[in-house]
Structure formats: C-alpha cells, structure tokens
Design a protein. Structure first.
Length: 236
C-alpha cells in the first residue's frame, strides 16, 4: 500500500505579513464516525504540533477559544487577533493530512505558509463545525493534545487512540471495533452467535500457528488480532 490520505483539511489564512489577520476553512475530509475518528486524530495533531509555537501572549486567548467552543458557546469575532470567516478569497491554503505509508499512520503538516496560531485556530474552528454528536470526543482529543509537549509522531497518535499502535489496522479497530472484528474473523453476519465466533476463531487460530503452516514471524501478531476480535464479538 502506498501513500494514502486518511483524513485531510485545508486551513486558509492571510499571509503572515498581511495587515488583516483572517482564518477560514477550505475542503475537509474528516471521518468522525464513530467519533473522534481519524478526523479527530488529525485535528488534535494539528493543535499539538502548533500550540507550543504560538506566541506566549496569545496562548491564553487560544485556550479560551477552545474551551468556549468545546462548551458549545459562540465566539465573538475577532479572537486571538484573527477573524474567522467563510470567505476564502485572497487567503493562502495550508493543507494538513493524516496519511498512511504502508500501514503506518503519520502526519503530513504544511506549516511553512501560515503562523502557528492560524493553523491551531483553523483546527479548533473545524472541530466546532462538526456534527454535534462528534464534537465532544473530538474536543476531548484536542484538549488532551495541549499537554502532549513532545514530537507529534506515532507516539502521539497512539496516545490519542488510547494506547493502540499507530497503524491503519488499529485505527480501524479503534474507530469501529465490531466491524474490524467481523472482518478479522472473516464473518459476514453482523451478529454471529457465540458458537459461530468460537468455531471461526479456532479455525483461524489453527491456520495461524506455525505448526500448521503459519508464518512464524507473523504468528504472534496474528494470534493477538484473532484473540482481540473474538473478545470484542463475544462481549458485544
């Protein structure tokens, strides 16, 4: 598998030297079903990447905007010395992406065209524009990102995903564990019986074991996946 975009957002902003400071949102592909999803990981990553580089005198106001929007309240414009608007005419676009290279998740940030505060504001306003049911989990991820304070890499993705590995399979498992478990066990029925789950698990477990032809280098990971898939389905 090559370079695949999992989530993406265009943050539009005035140039750093422009006398008027504005922020808007361009095209977005922010999967959040179930929330916070890959979109939430991306927005949290943008804030974790940019917030430490926001000018000290603006940080308190930035957090205030975040907390206000997370509480479902309106923000009076302009805030943090920038106006959030719909119009994108004359603005520069900085695309931000969550991608996979092979199965590994990684961020692809464009952070050379805009100021850190502009990109952080864009991510925060994007979270506020999501469907109401998704906002809570996404804002929780963003708030957690403020205390990260380390490189925004696979470790950060694992942190936001509750300790899972920063790869595509674990992202899918985290997003929709039942669907992932069904696919892992090769089950077409959305609600298989416990007997069916156990029978399929034992069959695949036998195939995965090196004594039955499974690859010894992959056996432990495959067995762990099958075991977790069984647990999810038997608990659902």
């Amino acid at each position: 598998m090559g370079y695949v975009i999992v989530a993406e957002i265009e943050i539009c902003h005035s140039r750093p030297i422009a006398p008027t400071r504005r922020v808007a949102l361009g095209s977005r592909n922010l999967p959040i079903d179930p929330a916070p999803g890959a979109g939430g990981v991306l927005l949290a990553g943008i804030v974790a990447h940019t917030a430490p580089r926001v000018e000290p005198e603006l940080r308190e106001d930035l957090v205030s905007v975040l907390e206000t929007l997370a509480a479902g309240q309106q923000v009076v414009q302009p805030r943090v010395r920038h106006r959030f608007q719909v119009d994108r005419v004359g603005l520069t676009t900085s695309p931000q992406r969550l991608v996979t290279e092979g199965d590994t998740l990684a961020f692809d940030f464009e952070d050379e065209l805009g100021r850190p505060v502009q990109l952080a504001l864009g991510a925060i306003y994007a979270a506020a524009s999501l469907p109401l049911a998704a906002r809570g989990p996404v804002f929780e991820a963003i708030l957690a990102s403020l205390v990260w304070g380390r490189p925004v890499d696979a470790g950060f993705i694992s942190f936001v995903m509750g300790g899972r590995t920063a790869d595509l399979a674990d992202l899918r498992a985290w997003n929709d564990p039942v669907a992932w478990a069904l696919e892992t066990l090769g089950l077409d029925d959305d609600a298989p019986s416990k007997r069916v789950v156990q029978r399929k698990f034992r069959s695949l477990l036998r195939d995965a074991h090196p004594d039955h032809g499974g690859q010894s280098t992959d056996a432990a990971g495959r067995i762990a996946e099958l075991t977790e898939a069984r647990r999810i389905l038997l608990a659902s």
